[in-house]
Design a protein around this ligand. Sequence first.
Ligand code: ZN
Length: 248
Amino acid sequence: MPDTNPPIDAERTELLAGLAGVAAPDAATPAVVPVPETPPPPAPVKTPGPETKQDKPETKKDKPETKKDKPVAKAKKSKATKLSDSPWPSYADVPLRFGCPGRGGSASPEWEGRCLTKLTLPFPMETAWVEPDPHTRKMVPAVVKEIRVHREVLSSLGRVLGFILNDIYEGDIEALKEDGLHLFNGAYGYRGMVAGKLISMHAFGAAIDFAVEKMPADVIEAFRAEGWIWGGDFSTPEPGHFEATRGK
Ligand SMILES: [Zn+2]
């Protein structure tokens, strides 16, 4: 993309400097100065609750690999949004649309308060990791009933998840669970570099992870119909990941 931008104003400079490279590495934006990767702090052991998504451990819950024929064939054919019609920004425009969630290794409480909101999940999920139960102290997955997301993606993500439950699985939560879609693996979390991107869409509250190794095609299609892109298409595939961008 030729650099035909008008002179960069102070606000944009600040955003870009703070974000340090939202754009994918080859989306050359001269104003973006990569910051050294800040490794996320070690996964804290927290009490259960929906707000324990940051820096999740990678421990996936064992899930039965009883993959019978998919119960998902009845989804209405939703058409994937063409990228040109995508309601979501390119990586380069993400900070302009979603704001500046922090800089360096720290999230901004001001941004969190202004931009994040809670999405009540249409079906209960549970963490793909375990945490100590407050009563028994046993390590168990935590129930997740709501997640923090960017206000801009609230209604879209709510629609997709509702479509998954009601249209793809026709309200059958057990069938949804068989495909692992109840296993929550993170949404908002201020993180450092993941898979080559200097800052993750998770840092904007505009991404969600399911702990699945194989994402059902109908679910991918449902997200695409809302303009979200699927991590399974990344150069380092993340089959459980969706994010509200149009990509590069
Ligand atoms: Zn992700």
